[in-house]
Design a protein around this ligand. Structure first.
Ligand code: TRP
Ligand code: SF4
Length: 328
């Protein structure tokens, strides 16, 4: 039997999980659990890099995120689930890697340049924010991950990780594999306003939203922008609501809606209602599990503790190798 390949990925705890997080990342992680030796962690130190002025929610968001993860089907039996800040070895490895990472590699990182522009209400001219990918490289190579499932915006970070690993191996001896980014096809669901779904845009449907909230939010969704009146034929191919139907409504209903929309036989209000009902049904099992974990906080504590223990064991081994290689 060949050993399973190891994968690792992380998420910053910036708030409750929404459908964009689920379809963009989590659904994949859940599938990968059977195929790979999986490490998934909550990147709370990374959340500090851009939120250093408002740190009050990070701890509660981290715990909420773990509960959301467990509720959607990440399993502590199959994967190692942990919290970055609990494993201080990440900080030590980050320090060693920072010694060998040329600043221009970080300055030319497209994700960095993009974020500094996008988040222009924050002062991101900090050492920590520039060093974001070095910390991420430490996260990844600590566990000698072979693959890193990420969205397209994170590919430059995995590329920098490969460069840093290569440089480390060259300077001190071969310890680290060079990880590959694993890009997987994800459905293109957008936020209520057709921008990327994001908590900060106030356009997200959260996995924990009540049936009422789901109904209210779907009624706000922008549909085919060319369809002004009910009598105008619509085009489901450009309608975000229809993307949700594809994911949540039975296929037969989807094709019926497709036809009716094109012939102006169904209005958007009714169409959204049908979608919302199916979405609510799909969220229900997840919300039941979520309720269970909220009622059993000790069990959550135990799961987090066990994940941290397992991650720490490996992190300690890696750091021993690293210190020996550097002679420190
Ligand atoms: N930068 C990632 C994001 O914003 C989060 C992250 C931190 C990460 N460390 C990681 C992802 C290591 C993959 C591997 O989404
Ligand atoms: Fe979109 Fe449905 Fe309206 Fe057609 S009827 S435009 S699919 S919301």
């Amino acid at each position: 039997m060949t050993k399973k390949k190891r994968i690792l990925s992380g998420m910053r705890p910036t708030g409750p999980l929404h459908l964009g997080n689920y379809h963009g990342a989590l659904a994949n992680w859940i599938k990968m659990q059977d195929q790979y030796d999986c490490f998934f962690f909550i990147a709370d130190w990374h959340a500090l890099t851009s939120n250093y002025e408002e740190t009050g929610s990070i701890k509660s968001y981290s715990r909420e995120m773990m509960i959301d993860w467990l509720s959607v089907g990440l399993s502590p039996e199959k994967s190692t689930l942990f919290v970055q800040s609990a494993i201080k070895e990440h900080a030590e490895l980050f320090l060693y890697l920072s010694m060998i990472t040329p600043v221009p590699w970080l300055e030319r990182n497209p994700t960095y340049k993009d974020q500094v522009l996008q988040l222009n209400n924050k002062d991101l001219s900090t050492f920590g924010f520039l060093g974001y990918p070095v910390l991420q490289a430490a996260d990844i190579i600590m566990y000698k991950a072979n693959g890193v499932p990420v969205g397209i915006d994170q590919v430059p970070h995995v590329e920098i990780t490969r460069e840093i690993a290569r440089r480390f191996n060259h300077l001190y001896g071969r310890i680290f594999p060079e990880p590959d980014a694993i890009l997987t096809k994800t459905p293109k669901i957008l936020g209520l306003d057709r921008r990327k779904m994001s908590k900060s845009y106030d356009n997200a449907i959260f996995l924990s939203d009540s049936p009422d909230a789901v109904a209210k939010k779907t009624s706000r969704m922008i549909t085919d922008p060319k369809r002004a009146r009910k009598n105008d034929p619509g085009n489901p191919a450009v309608c975000n609501v229809f993307e949700f139907h594809k994911l949540y409504s039975p296929e037969a209903i989807g094709s019926e809606i497709d036809q009716s929309c094109r012939q102006a036989l169904i209005g958007c209000v009714e169409c959204k209602k049908i979608m919302a009902e199916n979405l609510v049904k799909a969220l229900q099992p997840f919300q039941e599990k979520r309720g269970y974990y909220l009622d059993n906080p000790k069990q959550v504590d135990e799961i987090i503790f066990a994940g941290i223990e397992n991650a720490r064991k490996i992190a300690r081994q890696t750091l021993k190798q690293v210190r020996d290689a550097i002679h420190i």
